[in-house]
Design a protein around this ligand. Sequence first.
Ligand code: ADP
Ligand code: GN1
Ligand code: MG
Length: 372
Amino acid sequence: MTREQACAKIEEAISQMDYQGTPVEYYRYGNGHINDTFVVVCRLNNNATVKYLLQRINHEVFKNPEQLMSNIVSITSFLRGKIIKNGGDPERETLNIVPLRDGRSYYKDSIGSYWRSYLFIDNTVSYDLVNRAEDFYLSAFAFGNFQRLLSDYPAHTLYETIKDFHNTPVRFENLKRAIDTDICGRVKNVQKEIEFALARESEVGILLEKQKKGELPLRVTHNDTKLNNILFDKNTNKPLCIIDLDTIMPGLSVYDFGDSIRFGATTGAEDEKDLSKVNFSLELYKAYVKGFIEGTEGSLTDNEIDMLPMGAKLMTYECGIRFLTDYLEGDIYFRIHREDHNLDRCRTQFKLVSDMEEKFDIMHEIVNKYRP
Ligand code: ADP
Ligand code: GN1
Ligand code: MG
């Protein structure tokens, strides 16, 4: 598709949205790996401007955008009710879908792409790296609280937007298939990484087995709790809104805990090339454990608390093997910005996994310290 054709599609989507005023400008926005995100600026009669967030849903990843949007409509209206009851600001503390002119929540364009809009939450910032342990503690509280707010939401009514999303054994099988197929001839470049991944096969099923035995309860979870999926208020620097609700599904509490740790409890970015800069930070881990346990307010079971370190390790490992699989398959899933980007991402995750393995006893001690 040419640039002109792509712009025409964006403009077609904009024309369907029930925006206030007249759209005058749009631009790309954010650092997500999956959707295409834009800001649309509209001018009102009094010359003031209002912004909206416009997203093309990646329907290669989310095979059923109708079901995905149905989840988001239900979850955001449920959260809205709770926020109003608690005296909060429902326009800033949760995502708000901006409907189409005909009232629907998304638009399917003439070439089959899916579009949706949210109110743009202004004066906020999202972080790709933790600056201060205090910010990470606050994000942990926010994600824990998010899970608590949804604890009385009927989980069985939600669609599974990506099948087997955190099913580590299935992710492991996908990696093995990618190695066997070696469609891009890249296996020879990553022997060390493959060996690292395969050596941990015996652990991939630990969480799912506990769930099957009834030792870990199924809850409504976010499933993509990386730090840049929280908007912080620019003025107060407090977490304001949890975004990126595409993967809200029934899941395990330790997935949300673990995914935050893999992204945030580190001294380097997810795609840092220099691995000497990437170390698992016990200080940040500790801040997150404290915040998450406080945010969930006593709602976690003893078994869930016991499994927090394993959740951290497995989510980091799982993300690492997903990056490796995508590298082997030719970078078809995660958006890349340079050659070997997915391989760099895989290496940071594996470095963190080995660090965690060395510090696993201390990780447990920290959890025990904050156990309610
Ligand atoms: P992806 O699934 O690709 O990660 P996200 O939904 O996380 O997409 O959005 C990408 C980025 O856009 C976020 O990291 C955040 O910076 C910004 N963003 C998303 N929703 C909003 C919103 N309603 N208001 C302001 N910024 C937003
Ligand atoms: C993707 O959408 P985004 O960029 O917030 C991915 C997560 C990964 C993450 C790694 C739907 O998250 O599962 O952990 O990249 N989302 C999906 O950064 O696959
Ligand atoms: Mg995101």
